[in-house]
Design a binder for this molecule. Structure first.
Ligand code: SF4
Length: 192
């Protein structure tokens, strides 16, 4: 009998814990593989752990996470229903941007997680996770759009939105995020 999705995700997390494929493990306190419902229909992908995430070993638990929780509440989704993870599994020092080589060596973990969960919908948070699926696109052009793609044999709906940290820094970005989440809510109502 195949291992449960939860067991398979736990195995991926154990590989992340031992990973030395880039230098980020040296400066991070914890690995942050991702967290949530292994049976989720919706996966959120952010950029990389920040300070609080690094301290707690969990994704989106700092200020960006609090804003994400509020945005989820507007579309009546609880975290327990979804899976949340990042492009990088260790925190870049001082929250700098992920480097191309780090993304290249780390994203096989994300790909493995997505294949195990096999979600129906992926909501990318910020430009790095958007570029993971749409390398030639720009977040300012496609945020809020609902796109159907086939990814590694999986039929997926992808909805890119700005990263919550951008919404914390900039009022216009926050308004765009709120508007995009309203569109997500309407889309989810329509398909339920
Ligand atoms: S960030 Fe990713 S590739 Fe780099 S050490 Fe951590 S798990 Fe490995």
């Amino acid at each position: 009998m195949p291992a449960t999705k939860a067991a398979q995700l736990k195995y991926i997390a154990s590989l992340v814990a031992e990973c030395h494929k880039c230098s980020l493990f040296k400066t991070a306190i914890n690995h942050v593989p991702g967290d949530g419902n292994p049976e989720a229909d919706i996966v959120f992908i952010g950029e990389a752990p920040g300070e609080q995430e690094d301290k707690q070993g969990l994704p989106f638990v700092g200020n960006s996470g609090k804003l994400l929780d509020k945005l989820l509440a507007t579309i009546r989704i609880d975290r327990s229903e979804v899976f949340i993870c990042n492009i990088l599994k260790h925190r870049p020092p001082n929250n700098r941007d992920p480097m191309p080589d780090e993304i290249r060596v780390c994203t096989p973990f994300l790909k493995a997680q997505l294949k195990i969960i096999a979600p129906k919908i992926i909501i990318t948070l910020g430009r790095f996770s958007m570029k993971f699926l749409f390398p030639d696109e720009s977040i300012s052009r496609i945020h809020g759009q609902i796109r159907n793609i086939s990814w590694q044999g999986l039929p997926l709906v992808i909805i890119p939105v700005y990263h919550p940290s951008a919404g914390l820094r900039n009022g216009a970005m926050l308004q765009a995020l709120q508007k995009d989440f309203l569109s997500i809510g309407k889309f989810l109502e329509k398909i339920q």
